[in-house]
Design a protein around this ligand. Structure first.
Ligand code: C2E
Ligand code: MG
Ligand code: MG
Ligand code: MG
Length: 291
């Protein structure tokens, strides 16, 4: 009897593993055709200054909606896209789409606020500047409205190459931001060597504020360091008023998080940017059909 149930649970286990493996293969196959099938959409999340209440930045965040799988998280499909070698194509699509949308918002009167685009490590190392120039040319976007978000993973392999790429971006008028700061394993010295403009405090540190003494100390130290290095600071994953108060008091006033704005499609973000709430939705739809 015991043997039977043991064997059954073993079978169940392998069956589940097979399902997981099948799912992965299936998802990979679906992912390969997602670009052609037009299944990607860019969401945007507004960044606010906690003191002035103004919108000071917009991050573009990729969404994949498959007819059968439904919504798939980028945390799951981006690493997969890297594995199957299509991440650079996806990144280029994102870059172009974000530039196109930002150009449209400029036509509608939004000045000065930059759109941030996440750059994968592979794209960063393979002709990123060429992709950027092409996207700018195709969309007519002023490079002064673009920010790149790179993670520490982009930097470790070849620091000279990284420095060159970031410098070239700066020379075009683009700003460079270091994403998920503190989660990688790189030496702090790269921060002073590389031309970064902004540092994003990872949501993992923000989450426990202001009740965890250690996290408070880490965040205060990151902010002090960024200020010392003359870097702008953005806090990610801000969900509570207490977090805002702590961060603002320590000197970080740019907030990105659900408390201020949830990532949403261009239509919804347009409504938030231009206060189109309550007006004819044709206005908003009109915004979208031009994209
Ligand atoms: P990230 O660049 O650090 O983006 C911030 C993530 O935090 C986003 O997750 C966003 O939706 C989420 N977030 C924002 N505010 C809050 C909050 O208050 N609470 C919580 N719990 N989460 C919040 P998302 O959109 O799922 O993206 C995950 C990651 O996938 C991104 O992290 C980025 O590394 C990557 N990614 C997203 N879009 C792209 C893209 O277009 N290209 C590339 N290469 N990577 C992307
Ligand atoms: Mg980011
Ligand atoms: Mg981040
Ligand atoms: Mg992240």
């Amino acid at each position: 009897k015991a043997k039977d149930s043991g064997r059954n649970s073993y079978q169940l286990y392998t069956a589940e593993m097979n399902v997981v493996a099948m799912d992965r293969l299936l998802t990979q196959n679906y992912l390969r055709s997602a670009l052609q099938q037009d299944e990607f959409e860019l969401f945007y999340q507004l960044q606010f200054d906690s003191i002035s209440g103004q919108v000071v930045g917009i991050e573009a965040l990729l969404r994949w909606n498959h007819p059968e799988l439904g919504y798939v998280s980028p945390a799951y499909f981006i690493p997969m896209a890297e594995e199957i070698g299509i991440i650079v194509d996806i990144d280029r699509w994102v870059l172009r789409q974000a530039c196109k949308q930002r150009k449209l918002w400029q036509r509608l009167g939004l000045e000065d606020v930059r759109v941030s685009v996440n750059i994968s490590a592979l794209h960063f190392r393979h002709d990123l500047i060429k992709s950027i120039k092409l996207a700018l040319k195709e969309t007519g976007l002023d490079p002064r409205l673009l920010t790149l978000e790179v993670t520490e993973g982009c930097l470790i392999e070849n620091i000279e190459q990284a420095s060159k790429t970031l410098t070239q971006a700066n020379e075009l008028g683009i700003k460079n931001s270091i994403d998920d700061f503190g989660t990688g394993f790189s030496a702090l010295s790269y921060l002073t060597q590389l031309p970064f403009d902004t540092l994003k405090i990872d949501a993992g540190f923000v989450r426990k504020l202001p009740f965890d003494q250690q996290e408070c100390q880490i965040v205060a130290t990151i902010i002090a360091m960024a200020q010392g290095l003359n870097l702008g600071i953005v806090a990610e994953g801000v969900e509570t008023r207490e977090q805002v108060d702590f961060l603002t008091k320590k000197g970080c006033s740019v907030m990105q998080g659900y408390l201020y704005c949830k990532p949403a499609n261009a239509e919804s973000i347009s409504a938030q940017l231009f206060g189109l709430y309550g007006q004819s939705s044709a206005n908003v739809a009109g915004v979208r059909s031009n994209v």
